[in-house]
Structure formats: C-alpha cells, structure tokens
Design a protein. Structure first.
Length: 256
C-alpha cells in the first residue's frame, strides 16, 4: 500500500507545483502588462504636459517676436526712422502696456546713436544717446507726462551691448538671399546677461535692418527674468510638476 500513497502524494505535489508555476506565469504576465500600460500612460501624460507647457510658453514669447517684426515692418514702410521722439515714446509705451513681459525697447544704429524707452514701476524713462554728446535722460509718469530731464555724459555705447552685437553679426554673416528673405530669419536672442540701465538679469531679442541712408540699424526688446519667473510660476504641471528654463551652453544652468 505504500507505493500508491507515494504516487498519489507525488501527483498531488506535482499538481500543486504546476498550479504555482501557472499562477506565477499569470502574475508575471499581468505585472508586465501593467508595467507596459503604466509606461504607455505615463508617456502620453508627459507628452501632453510638454505640449501644453510649450503652448503656454509660446503665449509668453510669441508676442515679443510679433512686436519686433511689426517694428521692423515700419522701417520697410519708411516710417520708423522718421518718427519724432514723442511718437517713439507713445509707440513704445503702447507696446509695453499691451505686452508687460517687455521691459525696454531700443532703436540704435551702427554709429552708436540710440533711443530707448524703458518701463519703470511708476512711469517711463526715455534715453537718447548720441556719440560725443551728453545723454538725455527724461522721466515720464504713468500717463506719459514729463516729470524731469537730465543730461550727462556716460560710459555707454549701444553697439557694444549683446543685443546689438548679435544682430550686427547676423547681418554681416547673412547673404543677400537671407537679407531679402523673411525678416523672421534675421531675429536673434541673447544669452542671459545684465542690462545696463536696471542692472538686472534678462534676455533680449533683436533684429537688424538697413535704413534709407544705408546705415545698419538694430531694434532690440528686453525681457527681465523676473517676468519669465512670474509666468513660469503660474504654469500648472499636473499636481507636483515644475517647469524650469535652462541655458543651452555646455554646462546648462537653471535660469528660472
């Protein structure tokens, strides 16, 4: 009788082992399937989040590009260089009021002559720089009414600033096809740097053009990192996500 019991016991044991193996295989298959589903779902969420973030960031930067192209278009119509100081001020104020991410607008030529309108907390500043002459520094209140004016010599040359250098280099390197092509192809952005007037960090977009007198001019718009930071902080990325902007050099740095 010993042998049948042993056979029964062996059959039972083998059956249990088969059940365990089948259960393990089913569990492993389900686990792998779950991992694949989770990975697929995570990938879709990440792609959707990136797409949403890029669209939101475009809402911040695209208007800046649009405005610099609009200013460049005024030159193509022969209007920008002929605008008097009052009209430059009004135009710049309207642009920066409508697009608060822009903090300054600069118009300069290759001789070092420049007009700049800068947004302040309680008004505006107009600066006119002409080589060999005192710089005019005029303050306006929030309504555009002049409140003060100073003239003084300062160590400042717009042609040495990153926004001007970038645009100048872009123009020099461009062939006739590029120069006569879409103006957007001539746009450049600076690396992060310290602005001359405010001493604050930011980035600038600039574009070159030739005026009627044959001189190369550059239009520049400044964006403070503080404005970028405020915009980024309002971006909602899932429940615990964060958005960071990095430099594109060999050793990337977190800007905001």
């Amino acid at each position: 009788m010993g042998q049948p019991v042993t056979i029964h016991r062996n059959l039972t044991l083998n059956f249990i082992i088969i059940i365990l193996l089948l259960s393990s295989a089913i569990f492993l298959t389900m686990a792998l399937a779950s991992q694949s589903a989770i990975k697929s779902l995570s990938g879709k969420i990440i792609d959707q989040t990136i797409d949403k973030t890029e669209r939101r960031m475009a809402q911040f930067f695209n208007p800046v590009t649009t405005e610099i192209l609009r200013l460049r278009m005024l030159n193509d119509k022969g209007q920008l260089d002929r605008l008097p100081q009052e009209d430059i001020l009004k135009l710049s104020m309207s642009i920066m009021q409508y697009h608060p991410q822009i903090s300054s607008i600069m118009l300069a030529d290759e001789t070092g002559t420049e007009q700049m309108v800068q947004k302040k907390k309680r008004g505006w500043v107009y600066r006119r720089t002409v080589p060999g002459q005192p710089t005019r520094y005029i303050r306006y209140d929030s309504q555009g009414k002049q409140t003060s004016e100073k003239q003084f010599f300062q160590d400042y040359d717009p042609t040495t600033r990153p926004w001007f250098i970038n645009a100048h280099r872009k123009w020099d390197d461009a062939d006739e096809t590029l120069r006569s092509g879409p103006a957007s192809d001539l746009i450049t952005w600076t690396e992060p740097y310290q602005f001359h007037s405010s001493k604050r960090l930011g980035t600038s977009i600039s574009i070159p053009y030739l005026s009627g007198d044959g001189k190369m001019h550059v239009i520049g718009l400044d964006i403070l990192f503080q404005s970028i930071q405020s915009w980024v902080n309002n971006l909602k990325v899932l429940n615990n996500g964060q958005v960071m902007i990095l430099t594109t050099d060999e050793n990337p740095r977190v800007l905001v």
